[in-house]
Ligand binder design. Structure first.
Ligand code: TPP
Ligand code: MG
Length: 580
């Protein structure tokens, strides 16, 4: 460990500050107290000095994990999560998370050191030479570079505003090595910093847009509400609950909106998803986009005749971005504004005479739900040997029910899809997962950020493949002694462990070493490793992990034949000769 430089150097007449210090001061001035990163030239001293200055600096084993941590910290806190990397290769490792943040609408700032501009721009072969700003721009909501110490205040302020205002996203901030060493008068430096006023201004919906939406809702015979992760991000939990309950309309939570209202709520239609989507006549989307996760609002999922045919639904879309409407099908009533303001306006506009949906629709949904829940209960009650996804998840479901405060991380294919449908969530913003892209590798970064940002215990349900993308971060989890319980659903491979190379020789592309002992990885760093072959062993290990709050990795051995190709999205696999 090198020496920590004095924060303000004193000269004969004036006090000076430098680029390092101004970056730290600007972040702190804006209430940003945590950095997720990985040190190296030119930002090593920035990590040291930030820590010495009281910031929490979480140092990872790979920038991608630091980036995912920053992105989800942004989602959980509404403050931009900061990922700090070195130049070129470190920057590129962080870029995946930056794109992920932008696509998922999470506020995040990727701050990367960069090499000497004069040399980079003339392509003279500098150490880690790369035009990072140009490369980041198409993947970020905004991208900036600061060349002079006196502009650091503006640079950080712009990055914060861009990340959190309107539709949040990933922002890139390029800080060349030379900037950090620049010194300037400390008083002047301080004056140049900006404390951002009202970084995410409320956006109030137009009254006529609200009225139009309510009129459409009043005309509905079979209404449905869909809550997306934008609704979860908004932290308008009580208003959303009030709107759903006052209207009496069945609702579907998207994956990361689970728990906004408890999944066991009588209006929750998750267990009747394939009935309510084609059945509904008016659908109100709240912070949910009609992307692939909702089959683009058309096709057979929605009762359309062919794969691209409209199912006849009318849509209300509550979203902060005016550009979102009509992205896939016609939106009859866009309501543009921040979710909290829009939902409040809808509630006040409802008045006293707003009737509940027709009983026929509610009864039909409830019947469908009952049937499917009973079927699920039957599946969960089985206790096969070897353990399968369902018998393991029956345990996880109980543990989460008993620990509703715990954060819940989830990635994989079958390990994701089964978990989402089996494990109920009871509180908002507890479930964090692969998001819009279905991305593998978020797991351990999410665990770190969830523990740090919420100070709650964390449960992670990981496919064995999914875990591998960020597995080395178990050292990070042990180093910071975080209360994280990782359960690996180990079915020996991607989707399942049974593929065989027809020619012999190399293993098939989807399979891993059989009976891999992942728990030993956790033991290597002082955490608790458990090998669990039965639901009883899994239950005891999870209970103990939550009780002890020690980093724990449970290797849950799952029947290798149990999964299906790509989990629930088998149909997205192209097949040879398939007609368009
Ligand atoms: C970054 C990234 N690379 C590859 C994929 C493709 N992919 C989807 S799910 C998955 C892993 C599924 O295996 P596992 O995590 O073990 O879950 P299982 O279905 O076996 O439970 C992969 C590699 C992806 N989604 N993201
Ligand atoms: Mg697997």
């Amino acid at each position: 460990m090198g020496t920590v430089e004095p924060q303000v150097a004193t000269t004969a007449q004036t006090q000076t500050t430098d680029g390092f210090q101004l970056v730290i001061d600007a972040l702190k001035l804006n209430g940003i107290d945590t950095i997720y990163g990985l040190p190296g030239i030119p930002i090593t001293d920035l990590t040291r000095r930030a820590q010495a200055d009281g910031m929490r600096v979480l140092s990872f084993r790979h920038e991608q994990s630091a980036g995912y941590a920053a992105s989800i910290a942004g989602f959980l806190t509404q403050k931009p999560g900061i990922c700090l990397t070195v130049s070129a290769p470190g920057f590129l490792n962080g870029l995946n998370a930056l794109a992920h943040a932008t696509v998922n609408c999470f506020p995040m700032i990727l701050i990367s050191g960069s090499s000497e501009r004069e040399i980079v721009d003339l392509q003279q072969g500098d150490y880690e030479e790369m035009d990072q700003l140009a490369i980041a721009r198409p993947l970020a909501k905004a991208a900036y570079r600061v060349l002079h110490a006196e502009d650091i205040g503006v640079g950080i302020a712009r990055a914060i505003r861009a990340a959190v205002s309107g539709r949040p996203g990933g922002v890139y901030l390029d800080l060349p090595a030379k900037l950090f060493a620049q010194s300037m008068d400390a008083e002047l430096g301080k004056k140049n910093l900006i404390k951002v006023v009202d970084p995410a201004p409320k956006q109030i919906p137009a009254p006529d847009a609200v009225e139009r939406a309510l009129d459409l809702l009043r005309s509905a015979k079979k209404p449905l509400i869909i809550l997306g992760k934008g609704a979860a991000y908004a932290q308008a939990d009580s208003q959303i609950k009030e709107l759903v309950e006052k209207t009496g309309i069945p609702y579907l939570p998207m994956s990361m909106a689970k728990g906004l209202l408890p999944d066991t709520h009588e209006q929750c239609a998750s267990a009747a998803r394939s009935f309510v989507l084609p059945g509904a006549d008016v659908v109100m989307l709240i912070g949910a986009r009609l992307n692939w996760l909702l089959s683009h609002g058309k096709g057979k999922t929605w009762g359309g005749k062919g794969p691209k045919d409209w199912g006849g639904q009318k849509f209300i879309q509550v979203d902060i971005s005016p550009q979102e409407a009509d992205s896939n099908v016609r939106i009859d009533a866009p309501v543009v504004g921040d979710i909290g303001s829009c939902v409040s306006a809808l509630i006040s506009g409802m008045g006293k005479d707003f009737g509940k949906p027709p009983a026929e629709w509610l009864n039909a949904v409830s019947e469908k739900k009952k049937g499917n829940i009973a079927k699920m209960a039957e599946t969960l009650a089985k206790n096969p040997t070897p353990m399968n996804f369902h018998s393991a998840l029956a345990v996880v479901r109980d543990i989460v029910k008993g620990n509703p405060d715990a954060m819940f991380v989830n990635e994989g294919a079958n390990a994701l899809d089964f978990t989402r449908s089996v494990v109920d969530m009871f509180m908002p913003r507890k479930r964090i997962d692969v998001g819009t892209w279905g991305i593998m590798g978020v797991g351990m970064g999410y665990c770190v950020a969830a523990a740090v940002a919420t100070r709650q215990p964390v449960i992670a349900i990981e496919g064995d493949s999914a875990f591998g993308f960020s597995g080395m971060e178990v050292e990070t989890i042990c180093r910071y002694n975080l209360p994280v319980c990782i359960v690996i659903m180990n079915n020996n491979g991607v989707y399942k462990g049974t593929d065989v190379n027809p020619r012999g020789g190399d293993a098939a592309p989807t399979v891993f070493v059989k009976d891999a002992r992942y728990e030993k990885l956790m033991e290597a760093f002082g955490g608790v490793g458990v090998y669990a072959k039965t639901p009883g062993e899994l239950r005891r290990a999870m209970e103990e992990a939550l009780r002890s709050a020690r980093p724990t990795l449970i290797n849950a051995v799952i029947d290798e034949t149990a999964g299906t190709e790509s989990g629930r999205i088998t149909s997205l696999n192209p097949t040879a000769g398939k007609k368009k």
